[in-house]
Structure formats: C-alpha cells, structure tokens
Write a protein that binds this ligand. Structure first.
Ligand SMILES: Nc1ncnc2c1ncn2[C@@H]1O[C@H](COP(=O)(O)OP(=O)(O)O)[C@@H](O)[C@H]1O
Ligand code: SF4
Ligand SMILES: [Mg+2]
Length: 334
C-alpha cells in the first residue's frame, strides 16, 4: 500500500543575486528538484542516493512540506499535502517525521533531553503531566538511552547518542514515516552500525516506513527494500535493491556502484570514474542532465527537449536512459 506519492514535485530556490542583477531583472533559480514522481510504501525502507548537492534533502523536505514546493503534489491518505492549511498540515506532521543529518544543530542546546523529546508530545497533545514524563523515559529507553538522561543537556552526549535523541523525538508522536536524512553520515563506522540496527529494530516493532537518504551506496545495500537514485534534481533509477545493485544499470548508478571499495577479488567490472563534480543546478545541462559526465553518451543525449523519463526495464525496476544496455556491453556486468 502506498503511504506517500509525489507527482511532478519541483523546488526552485532563488539564487543569491547581486543588486545589479536584481535591478536588471536577471533573476536566476537553483533547480534543486525538477519534477519528481515517487511513491513510498507502508513499512518499507526506500533509500534515496546520489552525490552531494543533487537534491536529496530538498526532496525529503518538500515531501513533508517542511518547505513549500514550487510545483507538484504530494498525496497522503488521499489528500494533497500541498493544499492543506497550516493547522491541517501540523496535525498531519505527527504521521510524517524527519530526522536531520546533523543532530548537534537540530537539538536546541538550551533544553534538556526530556524537554526536547517532551516538546514533540506537547505539540501534538499526545500526553500530559506524569503520563508525558513516563512516555519520555520510555522513549529514551526504546532508543537505547537511559531514563535518567532526560535531565541532561544535548552537549553532554556523543554524536551517536544525539542521533538517538533525534530519533526519540521523531518516534514520540507515533509516526508512519520517518525521513532519515543521512542519519549516520557524521558518525564513526562502529556507531553507524549500531544506529542502523536501532532503526531496523524500531521498524520491526512499530511498522515504520523510512525514506533513508544517503550519499554512500554501501550503507544502503543492507538496509533498503528499494533504492531511488538521484542526479541533479531528477530520479534516474528506481527499483528493488537487488535489481538496482545488478544489471541492467543506469550509467550513473553503475558509476556510483563502482566507487564502492570492492572487497570481492572476483569483481570483473571495469570501474567508471566520474570526472569532476555535479554541474550547477542553476544552469543544468540540456537534454539528459548526465550527458556531460556519462561514459556512454551519444550526441543526441544533449539535444533532447528534456531529461529522459523513467521507463520500466522489468517489473518494478525503472531507468531514465534509453541507452542503458550500453553500460553492460561497454563495462561488463558486476
Ligand atoms: N535554501 C536553499 N537556498 C538555495 N539553494 C539551496 C537551498 N537548499 C538547497 N539548495 C541548493 O539545492 C541543491 C540541492 O541541495 P540539497 O537538496 O541539499 O542536496 P543533497 O541533499 O543531495 O546534498 C544544491 O545546489 C543546494 O546548494
Ligand atoms: S541518456 Fe545518454 S547521457 Fe543520459 S545516461 Fe543515458 S546514455 Fe548517458
Ligand atoms: Mg542533504
């Protein structure tokens, strides 16, 4: 069952322009998100991957209407979230929570952990008085902290513990979906594994769905049911994890996969090394946005009216590249 469905979701930010440009009317836009269609299903982990700056956080934030989209819709239980009033949206937010990449900047240092977690309960009127305090202590224990930690301040905790506090806050209102925006990127590898285990345990216990944002594909392989790959504000591949991690590939996915250090000496595929970084989303390449870096591009790829659409390559697996079969013939499979 679909939990959340985005249609044509678009977010363009104004660039920071000089006075002269403003005077001349040369307003420019950062095309962070360019018409994305995506569904998140009940109880699943959908990973969203791509290089830094390709629009993952923007997609996560506009999906939950933490930012207003420039265009497009997000459907949740039959309603378009983009047309709900502020009060209606506030009520809906109990179902749709967000855990930020940087737990240090997302936790107000002036409040105790008990206040930070309790605040989420207050906003949604979930519990009051003794019941509220009990619930805060339960939540802290659920995420692997101690009930007595409620009286301490965020700076007294390690990065991993702070991320647990962020997760407790999200969990407080009994959500259906948590957008986890690079929840382990800032943590040591050993701490990462423990947070990933915690997220898996919570999912099993509470039937949560996750949109799990990551720039590192190696993390995703073990946690995701499905994977969506993003490049310059566009989805280029979506499918079940095992389908995305094996041929056929979008050329960009293949490049991301070959950047993972390969422990298996039988790895036969040639590595694709991408030149440079993601082009500016202020003036993205025409046609297929990946054509300036694509190892199998032909001239026509840069001449199309728009970026190619996602097309099914079998079942639930879709790729936005009409020439995806060139990847295997040029670079081999996996
Ligand atoms: N509030 C904002 N104002 C202007 N540009 C923004 C804003 N937020 C993000 N961007 C730009 O949008 C693009 C996508 O950013 P982001 O969604 O954060 O990417 P990712 O999460 O994949 O690293 C980047 O070029 C970024 O600089
Ligand atoms: S459409 Fe062309 S440029 Fe884009 S990914 Fe496919 S082959 Fe590469
Ligand atoms: Mg981000």
């Amino acid at each position: 069952m679909t939990l959340l469905r985005a249609r044509g979701l678009t977010k363009h930010y104004p660039t920071e322009e000089g006075l002269l440009d403003r005077f001349l009317g040369n307003r420019q836009w950062v095309r962070a998100l360019d018409g994305v269609d995506l569904e998140i299903r009940e109880g699943e982990t959908l990973a969203l991957v791509g290089e830094s700056g390709c629009g993952k956080s923007t997609l996560g934030r506009t999906l939950l209407r933490l930012e207003e989209p420039t265009a497009g819709s997000v459907y949740h239980r039959g309603d378009d979230l983009t047309s709900l009033s502020t009060a209606e949206m506030r009520a809906r937010r109990a179902d749709l929570q967000y855990v930020f990449q940087n737990p240090t900047s997302s936790l107000d240092p002036r409040h105790t952990v008990g206040e930070l977690v309790g605040e989420a309960l207050d906003v949604h009127g979930v519990a009051r008085g003794r019941e509220r305090d009990d619930r805060v202590r339960d939540l802290l224990e659920t995420v692997g902290l101690r009930a007595s930690h409620a009286n301490r301040y965020p700076h007294e905790f390690s990065g991993g513990q702070r991320q647990r506090i962020g997760i407790a806050r999200a969990l407080a209102v009994d959500p259906e979906l948590i957008v986890c925006d690079e929840p382990v990127s800032a943590l040591d590898v050993s701490v990462q594994a423990r947070i990933l285990n915690l997220l898996a345990d919570l999912q099993a216990e509470f039937g949560l769905a996750y949109l799990f944002i990551a720039h590192d594909l190696s993390v995703v392989e073990h946690v995701a049911d499905r994977v969506a790959v993003m490049y310059l504000g566009e989805l280029v591949e979506v499918g079940p994890t095992e389908a995305v991690f094996s041929p056929p590939y979008h050329p960009y996915t293949r490049a991301l996969l070959s950047a993972i250090p390969e422990p298996d000496p039988l790895w036969e595929g040639d590595r694709i090394v991408l030149d440079g970084s993601v082009p500016s989303p202020v003036d993205p390449p025409p046609g297929c946005k990946f054509h300036t870096r694509c190892p199998v591009a032909s001239e026509d790829c840069g001449e199309w009216e728009s970026h190619p659409d996602l097309e099914s390559v079998g079942g639930d697996h879709a790729i936005a590249c009409p020439y995806y079969d060139r990847v295997e013939s040029t670079f081999g499979g996996d």
